[in-house]
Design a protein around this ligand. Structure first.
Ligand code: ZN
Length: 424
């Protein structure tokens, strides 16, 4: 039996230390020395990932984001209340590299997630911590036990061993990521729309008159915005979305039409598909009910009923899609903000019709991150004190609402199409 193994001794010297010892060789890079040693005996791994039981973290070390009691002034235009659609659950090192921080903009708790750190010396990610759960809307940190200790571990996907000792985590060099099999986590991880979102009161104060264009952006509305943005961006990752954008008129009965009243060409469908997911910043808010929504140039606001209507597909998405398309540069011409009837036809065709029917199909199929309005319970009587308006009739009764959704489902052109032409 041959026990010969390689071990790579990696000595990582932080740049600041180099600077102290050798002032003339100051560098922002690590100086690494890798030594390959032949050896006659097998190595034993001494490295073990941390296991973090989040429920057992000390009080104060976990922060809950968007608690219903948080005043809107605390979340209004604040960097710590900014989220990215392609990084809804994230891990980062603290500024001093001493701790790892997990932030979840997921409205659902996810379970059994690993934190992995990239070891550039061996070109592999190493699992460094196992989290039993990541609570919904939360931020917490911990100091990984490997910091400051020399460890030997087997290189993932190899028979090699690696030895390392890090005093702190330099994230620019040792990239971090989260992995796991949790179904909701996997859905969120698929999202590739690069939207940065934050919340705004848009100048509203308790003294603002009822005619003010905007209303207070309290956490109960902000939480629904996270759900809306997540579902919207997720819809854009589905095979159905891609298929429809490539066969629009076949599925929807007419083409999308631009500001100059020109139908989209295939090139336009493909380039807009990319552009809608490209980096963009949105300032999320709530507008006065005199408008269904107000938007454009990064302003994305909708009126109150949309914050609970969106789960039902037939409500909410008209305003949400309309203001999004203003942000994408579309006017009221064409059919990117309002649907239009193609000549000689009695059916509505346009972006918002496509959007709500796609939501209806995916929601029925269970292929959306959020389908259950009872999860956050915006409409529930116990949350009335956090809202400033009553819930509209259609949305007060689960059974009646379900019946109405079913009627829309039965008459949807998009649903009928996918029932008759299932995607492989
Ligand atoms: Zn408009």
């Amino acid at each position: 039996m041959n026990y010969r193994k390689y071990i790579r001794f990696i000595v990582a010297v932080p740049a600041c230390l180099c600077a102290l010892l050798l002032p003339s060789s100051c560098s922002t890079e690590y100086e690494d020395r890798i030594v390959y040693n032949d050896t006659e005996q097998p190595f034993e791994a001494t490295f073990h990932p941390d296991t973090i039981r989040v429920g057992k973290l000390q009080t104060g070390s976990i922060r809950h984001l968007l608690d219903l009691n948080t005043p809107s002034t605390e979340i209004d235009n604040k960097p710590e209340y900014t989220f990215r659609s392609d990084e809804l659950i994230s891990v980062h090192a603290s500024d001093d590299g001493d701790s790892l921080y997990i932030t979840s903009w997921s409205a659902k708790t996810v379970y059994k997630i690993s934190v992995e750190m990239f070891l550039p010396e061996v070109n592999e990610y190493l699992p460094v911590a196992f989290l039993d759960s990541i609570p919904a809307f939360s931020r917490f940190g911990f100091r990984p036990s490997f910091l400051g200790n020399r460890s030997v571990c087997r290189v993932p996907n190899s028979n090699d061993f690696v030895s390392f000792e890090y005093q702190y985590i330099d994230e620019a060099r040792r990239k971090l990521r989260l992995t796991g099999d949790d179904e909701h986590f996997r859905m969120l991880s698929k999202i590739d729309a690069k939207w940065k979102c934050y919340f705004s009161n848009y100048g509203w104060t308790p003294e603002s008159p009822a005619t003010h264009n905007y209303r207070e952006m309290s956490p109960i509305y902000a939480r629904e915005w996270v759900v809306i943005v997540t579902n919207y961006a997720y819809m854009m990752t589905t095979p159905e979305y891609k298929y429809i954008m490539e066969h629009f008129s076949e599925v929807m009965g007419g083409e999308l039409i631009d500001n100059d009243d020109k139908p989209f060409t295939m090139e336009k469908y493909l380039s807009e598909m990319e552009r809608f997911k490209a980096p963009a910043t949105f300032k999320l808010g709530r507008c006065n009910n005199s408008y269904a929504g107000l938007g454009g140039s990064g302003i994305w606001t909708v009126a109150t009923w949309n914050f609970y209507g969106h789960y039902a597909s037939f409500s909410g998405w008209d305003a949400i899609g309309h203001e999004f398309m203003h942000c994408m540069g579309y006017s009221h011409n064409g059919n990117m903000t309002y649907p239009a009837k193609p000549q000689g036809s009695d059916i509505d065709v346009g972006w918002t019709t496509f959007l709500w029917q796609l939501h209806l199909w995916l929601s029925h199929k269970g292929d959306l991150p959020y389908t259950d309005r009872n999860m956050l319970g915006f409409h529930k009587p116990e949350n009335a004190k956090y809202r400033d308006e009553a819930i509209r009739g259609d949305f007060q009764d689960d059974a009646k609402l379900q019946q109405k959704i079913q009627e829309y489902y039965n008459s949807s052109r998009l649903v009928k199409y996918f029932k008759e032409h299932p995607l492989e």
